[in-house]
Design a binder for this molecule. Structure first.
Ligand code: PHE
Length: 354
């Protein structure tokens, strides 16, 4: 019965053809073959004319329903395929960001690491922790009292000119500022120790500092210092000098020398400047060390009795020393970075060297 095939059989054939379609391409081809002009349903419709009117009407209606059923099968399969294809495309495009964070997959920029300044700060802390110091921190926004007053630098003191200060405009002029050094953390620690009976103190205090300086090869307006403070019984200048010496060789290696030169700071007496051999030119003299062969890392000295009095520490019983030096400068000397500004430029080609 080639001219008048069994209609149920037509639908069943179409059903298995539709079920075998796997892709958008397949379903498009199958749709043409089961509902198109040359499809068995279309051909069966064309041969209706050879039937008598009653048979024609009945078979015509059945063919119409069969075609609708086949079209529904095609549409159902098409939407399943579309959904599957979309899901597998999403899966293929998926990026697991946590893999980059965990460092298990090399990301577009490679595996990240702490900034050189952070690495340097960590190493400095390690050296001092190894020498028996604790690590403490203090605020970056300070009052005049902590940054200057308690450090024996009362308001019109000419030594204030040593620190070009960023003041915050909070009503009372020049009362609040961005700390110009980490020395105010000494005051916080000593005040806390006095009120809790926490003496002696052996602590280092790293942190960010601010000065109204023009950036150049050795200066940044935002920089980092690490402060040291020892308050104990019987502390002498020899303890200070020995601590600086042990630190220098532990951090820079045995071939780098340090020297202390007499200096003045209002909060230490006597005071010294702490310098190390310039590692850029090995002491020959270069642009980085202004042709001196030495790089100043910071200052130090015996805690001035006026500071102990400001925080209420008994100067008959306690003595101490303090030092403060640049973390960025340490990184510069250790890694021979000619210009400190490289530390703030975030050039990945520079940063990934460390
Ligand atoms: N705070 C001083 C500065 O930044 C350095 C210093 C710290 C000097 C401790 C003496 C004692 O210039």
């Amino acid at each position: 019965m080639s001219g008048h095939p069994d209609i149920d059989a037509l639908v069943e054939e179409a059903r298995s053809a539709v079920a075998s379609a796997r892709t958008t391409e397949d379903i498009r081809a199958v749709a043409a073959s089961v509902t198109g002009k040359k499809s068995p349903v279309a051909e069966a419709s064309r041969s209706l004319g050879t039937l008598d009117p009653d048979q024609r009407r009945e078979r015509g209606r059945a063919l119409h329903e069969a075609r609708a059923a086949i079209e529904a099968l095609v549409e159902e399969r098409r939407s399943t395929i579309t959904a599957e294809e979309r899901a597998s495309q999403l899966e293929a495009d998926r990026i697991d960001l946590t893999e980059y964070i965990a460092g298990t997959t090399p990301g577009p920029a490679g595996r990240g690491r702490p900034h050189l300044v952070t690495q340097t700060r960590d190493e400095l802390e390690d050296v001092f922790v190894g020498m028996g110091f604790e690590v403490a921190e203090g605020p970056e926004i300070e009052t005049d009292w902590f940054n200057f007053g308690a450090l024996n630098i009362p308001p019109p003191h000419p030594a204030r000119g040593m620190w070009d200060t960023f003041y915050l405009d909070l009503g009372v002029p020049e009362s609040t500022l961005l700390r110009t050094h980490t020395s105010p953390v000494q005051i916080h620690l000593m005040e806390a120790a006095v009120s809790t009976g926490g003496l002696p103190i052996h602590a280092v205090m790293p942190g960010r500092c601010y000065r109204r300086d023009t950036p150049d090869a050795r200066h940044l307006p935002v920089f980092h210092q690490i402060e040291g403070l020892v308050v104990d019984e019987g502390i002498t200048f020899a303890d200070l000098a020995g601590t600086i010496e042990v630190f220098t060789t532990a951090y820079f290696g045995p071939d780098i020398h340090s020297r202390l030169r007499p200096a003045y700071f209002p909060f230490t007496e006597p005071s010294a400047e702490f310098e190390v051999t310039c590692t850029i030119c090995h002491g020959e003299g270069c642009r980085t060390c202004s042709q001196t062969g030495w790089i100043e890392l910071g200052g130090c000295g015996m805690v001035d009795p006026a500071v102990f009095e400001a925080v209420g520490i008994d100067t008959e019983r306690w003595s101490g020393f303090a030092f403060g030096f640049g973390i960025d400068r340490c990184a510069q000397m250790r890694h021979q970075i000619a210009d400190l500004r490289a530390l703030t430029e975030n050039d990945i080609r520079f940063l990934r060297q460390f």
